[in-house]
Design a protein around this ligand. Structure first.
Ligand SMILES: C[S@@+](CC[C@H](N)C(=O)[O-])C[C@H]1O[C@@H](n2cnc3c(N)ncnc32)[C@H](O)[C@@H]1O
Length: 241
């Protein structure tokens, strides 16, 4: 309980109480609207000692719909043409938001079996509002996931760090050599792993001087596949605040 209170305090400090309270209210409303449960955080601190994936894993907490809608709204690719992959999809909130934004091929990767089960249940409940999107929830270590060929929007809400993050960045870098790839990273605490690997920030969102989210692509000239796919425009500049 004290960890959750500490998380709430951190939100207040980073966003200011008015926005933190507004964000919390919007998360509850989101759940009520779709008839799902995504608002409650879930920690796995006791599993850390097991090492491996558990050591790198960040607890479940859903990304706020406000920032996710802003980030997805900045993507001017045709969402019907790109696969959307949520790395660490938790209870599925971002997959619902991606369907709302028009993405039709959705993949959610979740390591923790009980969280993946909640995600499947939530998506079954939200199905009438998912605009005929197809969703595949895979209960796997995201670092082992092989991306489908073609254009991909890869979403991360600070899901993991360390070796797991490095392995995922490597895979994404490999995908970008052959296919168009855009990375949307909310609370980008591991941003340096991406920039070191040759990604550049193409959109950024800040709140009270704190970086809330970025979009990334492989640096120009490093990948032929990095240009927008046929039928898709380029990425618009990211707003702030
Ligand atoms: C901060 S939550 C984000 C949830 C979701 N993207 C959202 O914003 O609603 C991070 C999630 O990533 C999952 N996760 C962490 N490491 C993982 C891994 N290696 N493979 C798959 N899922 C992982 C956690 O279990 C947790 O549910």
């Amino acid at each position: 309980m004290s960890r959750y209170l500490a998380m709430a305090r951190r939100q207040m400090r980073d966003l200011g109480w008015a926005r933190a309270a507004g964000d919390f209210a919007s998360e509850l409303l989101f759940d009520v609207w779709y008839g799902i449960e995504t608002w409650r955080p879930r920690g796995f601190w006791d599993r850390k000692i097991e090492g491996g994936v558990w050591e790198d894993l960040v607890q479940y907490q859903g990304a706020n719909p406000r920032i996710v809608r802003k980030v997805l709204g900045s993507v001017d690719w045709d969402p019907g043409e790109a696969a959307f992959v949520d790395y660490g999809c938790g209870k599925g909130r971002v997959l619902v938001l991606a369907a709302e934004a028009g993405f039709r091929r959705l993949v959610g990767l979740e390591y923790v079996p009980e969280v993946a089960a909640i995600c499947r249940m939530n998506l079954a409940r939200a199905e009438p509002w998912m605009r005929r999107a197809t969703v595949a929830i895979q209960q796997v270590d995201a670092a082992d996931y092989v991306l489908p060929s073609g254009a991909v929007v890869a979403f991360l809400y600070n899901p993991f760090r360390g070796q797991t993050l490095r392995r995922v960045v490597e895979r994404l870098r490999g995908h970008a050599r052959k296919h168009p790839l855009l990375v949307a990273y909310v609370n980008p605490l591991g941003l340096a792993e991406f920039t070191v690997a040759g990604f550049q920030v193409v959109g950024r969102w800040e709140c009270r001087g704190r970086l809330e989210a970025v979009t990334l692509r492989v640096r120009d000239g490093e990948s032929l596949a990095n240009s927008a796919p046929v039928g898709m425009g380029s990425l618009g500049p990211g707003g702030s605040g």
